[in-house]
Design a protein around this ligand. Sequence first.
Ligand code: ADE
Length: 239
Amino acid sequence: MTLAVLSAMEVEMEQYMERCAPEHSTQRAGRTVHEAEWQGHDLILVQTGVGKVNASSCTQLLIDRYDVDAVLCTGSAGALNPALDIGDVVVATDCVQHDVVVDFLGLPRGQIPFTDLRFFETSPSLRRGAAAVTLPEHSIVEGRVLTGDTFVEDAAHRHQLREELDGDCVEMEGAAVGQVCAMNDVPYLVVRAISDHADGTSDVDFGAFMQEAARSSSEIVLSLLSALEAGEALSAPGR
Ligand code: ADE
């Protein structure tokens, strides 16, 4: 099975580079694409850069050129659910773009105009695999991930997003990966460790805890992949 693992930032990708020791690296569309082997799987590791355009263009590139069987997107997130603490992990049930807002058409936040696309459900089998992993000091919960091209660091914004979309955490890539995967009928999963609370303390917390978040999310992804059978059929939503 060929699996793509995407992270926005260097600190996140370093975790995979250290543990998976890539055999081959190529430059594609301004990024370095690393090929590695992990527990019988072919991994394609890429640092996408931050935000939805980086994440979506990279996802399409990997689907087209590497024919990946699934895409995993990992890294940190700001907590929206008050029950989540720094270091806890959210395994996405679905992702939505919180910055898609077209009020004059009467659409709810996240609804992409002239389509029925809003919530991008993750692969149930990948999700189950991630939820079966345990971390010594942190909880792993399934939940909704909100994505937008904004670092959320304001309590009122955080409150509004939680109210309107019932999200558990917020980040900047997951739903973009989800939309591209849905359009190509490729299973995907987003795994995010909490680095901050998406409020006025986020600038400080993000810097202090992103390394820990990178360690937690990569641990879940690599454990999940270790447990995945090489020939296992992955369920995409609707299949
Ligand atoms: N990634 C980590 N923390 C975040 C936040 N508060 N907003 C958006 N993306 C994040």
